[in-house]
Design a protein around this ligand. Structure first.
Ligand code: SAM
Length: 311
């Protein structure tokens, strides 16, 4: 039977209208459509929206949730079609790293607000068969887009012990060294190909799950997911493109879930402030509200940074 996965509860849900100043005609670029919560908030406030996602499953789900609006959907492999100048909602299936090129190809207007809500959605993490979840036993894939060539199992097979340790350290895994050592030993006996094999190895070192605490394999799975999907590289390529896509006075926002990503965003904003192009709206990242934390545990590590394009 197909598992039904609840709609993703996005961080800062219900707060974007005030943070961005949504009003009818506001042009909003949602670089990470996911289950469409942020896009829906913008559409309902009368914004015109362009939404990106790399994952066609996410696009199917979001359009299923947002029934009141009908998007025109484009694929990065077929962008030759003209876009109506009075579009209300466009969805583009593409990696957001291509935003500048695609914007030019499609003659998209400049935006009043841009949002990137990084990482995977709950749907992706909990979906069966994609290899993100340690609660079922499945192949260690973790690709958000099947065009990516390398799976998590491939990384576990080819990285040497030191490279594995460095990779796991990226997600602040305190047991990175012993986990890397055991993986390097274990794979000589049999290749590590499934989520359960990996999660069992980690649990043996760190101890099994205890009530109320995060699963011992969470950080290793996160590091592998980030590497497979080139998440840091994508953020590095994306960020410098954003100021050029904004109208003067436009606002960009990035939600990250990991200190390393937040640092990339912070450094980018400081760099563009020095150049006189952006001005940080908040010096410290905005943390989720208490109300939000009671609804979604996942948002507890969210950090939102906002910056305005200087006129
Ligand atoms: C955290 S979810 C976004 C949730 C969304 N804000 C909502 O309201 O449901 C992130 C989404 O971004 C997508 N994504 C991740 N990396 C991407 C990339 N490089 N380019 C385009 N989409 C990406 C994922 O497929 C996922 O659907």
């Amino acid at each position: 039977m197909m598992k039904i996965i609840d709609r993703h509860f996005p961080a800062y849900k219900g707060e974007l209208k005030d943070l961005y100043g949504f009003k009818p005609g506001f042009l909003f670029l949602d670089l990470t459509l996911g289950d469409g919560g942020h896009t829906q908030e913008a559409l309902e406030a009368g914004c015109r929206v362009v939404s990106f996602d790399i994952d066609s499953e996410a696009i199917k789900r979001a359009t299923g949730f947002i029934k009141e609006f009908t998007p025109a959907i484009y694929d990065e492999d077929n962008l030759s079609i003209d876009i109506p100048s009075d579009f209300h909602w466009l969805i583009i299936r593409s990696n957001f790293t291509g935003i500048d090129d695609i914007s030019k190809k499609l003659s998209l207007p400049k935006f009043d607000g841009i949002m990137a809500d990084l990482g995977p959605s709950q749907f992706q993490v909990l979906s069966e068969g994609r290899g993100f979840s340690f609660s079922s036993d499945e192949p260690l894939d973790m690709r958000l887009n099947q065009k990516l060539g390398v799976t998590a199992a491939d990384l576990l097979a080819v990285l040497n012990e030191g490279e594995l340790r460095d990779l796991f350290s990226l997600s602040d895994e305190p047991f990175a060294r012993p986990i890397a050592r055991i993986i390097a030993k274990q794979r000589l006996i049999s290749p590590i190909k499934t989520t359960k094999q990996l999660s069992d190895i980690i649990s043996k070192i760190k101890g099994f799950r205890t009530e109320g605490r995060i699963h011992p394999a969470t950080k290793v799975f996160m590091a592998l997911r980030m590497a497979v999907n080139l998440e840091r590289e994508n953020i590095r390529v994306l960020l410098p493109q954003l100021p050029g896509l904004l109208n003067d006075g436009g606002i960009l926002g990035v939600i990250s879930f990991h200190s390393g990503e937040d640092k990339l965003v912070k450094d980018f904003i400081v760099d563009f402030e020095t150049q006189g192009i952006l001005s940080a709206i908040n010096q410290k990242p905005i943390e989720p509200s208490i109300k939000e934390l009671t609804i979604s545990q996942r948002t507890r590590s969210a950090k939102l940074r906002l910056a305005k394009k200087i006129i």
